[in-house]
Design a protein around this ligand. Structure first.
Ligand SMILES: C[S@@+](CC[C@H](N)C(=O)[O-])C[C@H]1O[C@@H](n2cnc3c(N)ncnc32)[C@H](O)[C@@H]1O
Length: 161
């Protein structure tokens, strides 16, 4: 499978999961959405549309987004996510979406040592974590999804316990 094919499959899985969560109203009432990794701003744009009415707060090292998808300054936190996001612990977010996988197994394994706990710290009880990297944490229970959604390329969990 070419990297292009894999990219298309991964992005399709990402969109399918976000759309499913929006269509089935799977988020708890209230609470912001935290977007970890602005990048080009494509998923930021999608989150604003799919979850209209929710505040979307975005984290990245630097702004490299398309001009139409750059968050207002009040909703943009710049710096190393593992440090800046900790100030939002107990923020009681309804959803964290983290698209910070690199495709390099060794680098991604490093991120997977701290990202699950960060999601738990940021989410309210019952909040949902959506991630391009698998998250292993006793308080993150995989979300039940129809077969074909996610396809082991993108992942969703609910905070419990
Ligand atoms: C794959 S891109 C996100 C793409 C985005 N979902 C979109 O649709 O355009 C990942 C982004 O996360 C940022 N990022 C990755 N790891 C980070 C970290 N530890 N701290 C801050 N930013 C990080 C990168 O700078 C990059 O802009």
């Amino acid at each position: 499978m070419s990297r292009l094919d894999l990219f298309v499959d991964r992005i399709t899985a990402q969109r399918d999961i976000l759309n499913l969560i929006a269509a089935q109203s799977l988020l708890p009432d209230g609470g912001a959405i935290l977007e970890i990794g602005l990048g080009n701003g494509r998923t930021y744009s999608h989150l604003l549309e799919a979850f209209s009415g929710r505040r979307v707060i975005v984290f990245d090292r630097a702004v490299a987004s398309h001009g139409t998808s750059t968050p207002p300054a009040a909703d943009l936190i710049l710096g190393e996510i593992s440090q800046t996001a900790t100030t939002y612990a107990k923020a009681d977010a309804a959803m964290v979406h983290a698209d910070i996988g690199t495709g390099y197994a060794d680098k991604d394994a490093g991120v997977q040592t701290w990202l699950p706990q960060l999601c738990v710290d940021l989410l309210m009880q019952g909040g949902v974590a959506v991630s391009g990297l698998q998250l292993v944490h006793p308080r993150l229970k995989p979300l039940d999804m129809p077969s074909g959604i996610g396809r082991n390329l993108y992942f969703a969990y609910r905070k419990q316990g």
